[in-house]
Write a protein that binds this ligand. Structure first.
Ligand SMILES: Cc1ncc(COP(=O)(O)O)c(C=O)c1O
Length: 385
């Protein structure tokens, strides 16, 4: 599929006017994706990899590429094949700490992947056995995830001693070495990066081997429902941490954001199928593209539409139920919407380009979804009235 396959509309009102969609529609703003990518890539003090899992839509990948993203954090054969099919020159990194032997061979032989993440001696041995030492071993260090909405340090990441031991072994077998960490997704604390880089420094000191780069992961937050620090504060914190690395302060930096790059460029248009007092039954839910809302418990920015107009009634909280017959299909937060919203109206759920379409299921037969392009900029209809 290419971007050219998507139908294009001048605005969300135009989409509603022309199609009256009764299934969820992923509304993409390509220019918003390109602009955010280009801004990030030019301001991050190092190399930017996009974490493909966040939104693997080929159109999204293409727009990010047009915005300057050339490197990709991939976690599976399918992600590697997808990226390399779209961009044969792209550089993929196999950043899942656990990989099958077949997947290792696939990545190395067919796609030239040379960078492999490990956080355990078993994975280290496996890579050496299958691929030999002409690889770069990127040791994933577990760091504090305080201040993040998702804690990544429980499932993955080696403690300091194990990480230092893995780096040492990498040097001993003649492979290249690097270190990475993830401060947790949607991290609200820029200082988390300063702290994590200081933890990385302690590992470098203990291992005392040549390292090729430090990958500071993802975790850059999105302003869904309130104040989040500006992205510049994160870059400043990373620069500060980097400067404090002492003899490693020239080490190249990599990062691998997902959420920050993908969220703003897509919104989900859903329809209300029943209003039951102050509860709305909509056509998407926790088994569809709203599973992140369920886990993170946030209220994204919302715009309510009647036919070809933005609804502007008094804002009131509504309970939100998804379309399936399952009682768990209820959002854990209320949505604040105009009091005149009713059956047949639509809700545009904004900043949903991350961890939404990537996580959908067809549970209970509710799998119909389309993607479209909206020209202009997100939020345009609000200003138009
Ligand atoms: C290894 C790795 N890197 C990067 C990311 C992207 O993180 P974020 O979306 O918080 O930027 C993820 C997300 O789960 C990840 O698992």
């Amino acid at each position: 599929m290419s971007a050219r396959d998507l139908n294009s509309y001048t605005s969300v009102s135009d989409l509603i006017d022309r199609t009256s969609p009764d299934e969820p529609v992923f509304c993409y703003w390509p220019e918003a994706v390109r602009a955010r990518a280009s801004d990030f890539v030019s301001n991050f003090p190092g190399r930017t990899l996009y974490a493909v899992k966040c939104n693997p839509d080929p159109n999204m990948l293409r727009w990010l590429h047009e915005g300057g993203v050339r490197h990709f954090d991939t976690a599976s054969r399918a992600e590697i094949a997808l990226v390399r099919d779209l961009f044969p020159d792209a550089h993929c990194y196999f950043n899942h700490p656990v990989k099958s032997r077949e997947a290792l061979r696939f990545a190395y032989d067919l796609h030239g992947v040379r960078d492999f993440v490990v956080d355990h001696g078993g994975e280290f041995d496996k890579i050496l056995e299958v691929l030999g030492s002409e690889v770069l071993i990127e040791v994933r260090l577990a760091v504090s995830n305080r201040g993040a909405t998702y804690d990544f340090s429980t499932k993955f990441g080696a403690g300091h001693d194990v990480a230092a031991g893995l780096l040492k072994r990498t040097g001993q077998v003649g492979a290249n070495a690097a270190l990475s960490f993830h401060v947790g997704s949607h991290s609200l604390r820029p200082e988390a990066f300063v702290d994590a880089i200081a933890e990385a420094k302690a590992v470098f000191e203990a291992a005392n081997v040549t390292v090729r780069y430090l990958n500071v992961g993802g975790g850059f937050p999105v302003d869904y429902d309130g104040q989040v620090p500006e992205i510049g504060q994160y870059f400043d914190a990373i620069r500060r941490g980097h400067a404090q690395l002492g003899k490693w302060s020239d080490l190249p930096l990599y990062c691998e954001p997902g959420r920050y790059l993908a969220a703003h460029g897509m919104a989900i248009l859903v329809q209300v199928h029943l209003r039951r007092e102050n509860a709305l039954f909509i056509n998407d839910g926790v088994f569809g593209s709203l599973s992140e809302v369920n886990v993170m418990k946030f209220e994204p920015p919302l715009i309510a539409y009647g036919r070809a107009r933005v609804l502007r009634g008094e804002p009131v909280p509504f309970k939100i139920f998804g379309p399936t017959c399952d009682p768990q299909d209820e959002l854990p937060v209320t949505f604040t919407l105009p009091d005149d919203i009713d059956e047949g109206d639509w809700i545009l759920i904004e900043r949903m380009g991350a961890y939404s379409n990537a996580l959908t299921s067809d549970f209970n037969g509710f799998g119909g979804r389309t993607s479209v392009v909206i020209e202009g900029v997100p939020g345009m209809d609000l200003e138009a009235g």
